[in-house]
Design a binder for this molecule. Structure first.
Ligand SMILES: [Zn+2]
Length: 436
């Protein structure tokens, strides 16, 4: 149904403005910003922002929250955490997997996330653990859970072949693997035939551990032909780089730079240990990097070099990754804070005019939409009508005004300020405004 939204404040790309009406058409897209029609949705004492785009998630890992946070055998690492994650992989049946995905997606919505790039590799039913049976049944479960949560999804469906460079898949990894590219693409064809107005499909090479350079090159070439986005974990761990150099004589990023025709549809997730020089070459191609500050902090992964990121800030996106904590507001804050702690200085991701919060906000909105290939991330004519409504009476925002609301939101608040989200024109209330 056509609607005209009238919020007290509306984010128009550079600032919050008063008196902006946003028209949403029947198809769930923004018809016009600044429409003069009579409002049908009045958001009193609320600010309208574009919904957050979560560019990297593994929804089922929500099932690990609260686990693996004690260290009786000494300090842990990404690799010890991965063993715990594989334990979960061995336990999940269809019902428990659906429940975890639904829980994660609903929690995302309630924190203002309106689209998710679900980097999905747990494809097969548990029977795959002890047989060669590959049914890709869990791909459909992810789509079902997203539909039931009402969240927009880009199913980033993973190609996974080996258990490490030159290593066969382990028992839990049998639930991830494809026999080859032909099987992978025929499953993508099947999924694309099921896509809806709020679900699309993207291609993925899990990492240099799970696919060879030849397979990655071929996968990427086909994804370009199909015009779909392509994501890959890149240089999250020093060991991944060492193993890759030992096997192929080059780092994962160097292999991508040398062999692939990178463009704005390509997203490298993490780039934590990438060299500044490689990252500059990578961004010059137009490609995106997705940073996941809370997961990287939780896993003790490290912090990427900020200098090349600063030069290409419009190519940055954010992801909730392991979903140990789901909060895009906190991801924005920690993108900046990790660098402040490392550099002992403030205002790292600042614009030419000295603004800071807007760069972080753009990563969580426009940058995420760019990475996922979605016409969104901005309240602009023709974009998807995906929004979040902010409570201007929230105690954590008290004392701020339209000129510093964005800063108060990012550095001083959390999901308690998100009253409602709208996806393709359909609203859902998450919290009631307190009765004053
Ligand atoms: Zn990941």
């Amino acid at each position: 149904m056509r609607q005209i939204i009238d919020a007290e404040l509306t984010w128009t790309g550079e600032k919050f403005e008063r008196g902006i009406r946003v028209e949403v058409d029947e198809s769930g897209a923004i018809g016009r910003v600044g429409s003069a029609g009579e409002p049908t949705v009045r958001l009193q004492r609320q600010a309208l922002i574009p919904g957050f785009s979560n560019a990297h998630s593994h929804a089922f890992q929500r099932g690990l929250r609260g686990s693996g946070e004690t260290f009786p055998a000494g300090s842990g690492s990404f690799w010890s955490w991965r063993e715990a994650m594989y334990g979960l992989v061995e336990r999940l049946d269809r019902e428990t997997f659906y429940t975890l995905c639904l829980r994660a997606f609903e929690e995302m919505r309630a924190t203002g996330i309106t689209s998710v790039g679900e980097f999905h590799y747990l494809h097969h039913s548990p029977t795959a653990l002890d047989s060669q049976e590959r049914d890709y049944a869990f791909d459909d479960v992810v789509l079902e859970a997203a539909r039931d949560a009402g969240i927009r999804i880009v199913l980033l469906n993973v190609f996974y072949k080996s258990g490490g460079i030159g290593v066969p898949p382990s028992r839990p990894q049998r639930r991830f693997v494809s026999d080859g590219l032909k099987e992978y693409w025929s499953n993508i064809d099947r999924l694309q035939s099921r896509a809806s107005s709020t679900s699309t499909i993207g291609a993925v090479a899990h990492s240099i551990r799970a696919a060879t350079p030849d397979e990655i090159e071929e996968l990427h070439r086909e994804s370009r032909q199909r015009g779909i986005v392509f994501h890959m974990h890149v240089e999250e761990q020093p060991k991944e780089i060492e193993d890759c150099v030992a096997a192929y004589g080059a780092t994962p990023m160097e292999i991508l730079l040398d062999r692939l025709t990178l463009d704005e549809k390509f997203t490298a997730v993490h780039c934590t240990h990438s060299t500044a020089e490689n990252l500059r070459r990578f961004f010059a191609s137009g490609a995106n990097a997705c940073i996941t500050p809370l997961t990287e902090a939780n896993l003790g992964d490290g912090i990427p070099d900020s200098a090349p990121l600063l030069d290409s800030v419009s190519q940055l996106s954010l992801g909730t990754d392991s979903n140990n904590r789901i909060s895009m507001i906190e991801e924005m804050r920690w993108l900046e804070y990790a660098q402040r702690l490392k550099q002992q200085s403030r205002g790292v991701f600042r614009t030419a005019n000295g603004a800071n919060a807007v760069s972080l906000f753009n990563a969580a909105t426009r940058g995420g939409a760019r990475s996922l290939g979605l016409p969104g991330g901005m309240i602009a004519d023709g974009n998807v009508a995906d929004f979040a409504a902010i409570d201007l009476d929230a105690p954590s925002l008290a004392g701020s005004n339209e000129s510093n609301l964005l800063e108060a939101l990012i550095f001083g608040s959390s999901e308690e300020v998100i009253l409602a989200t709208c996806i393709a024109g359909k609203w859902r209330t998450h919290r009631q405004k307190p009765i004053l």
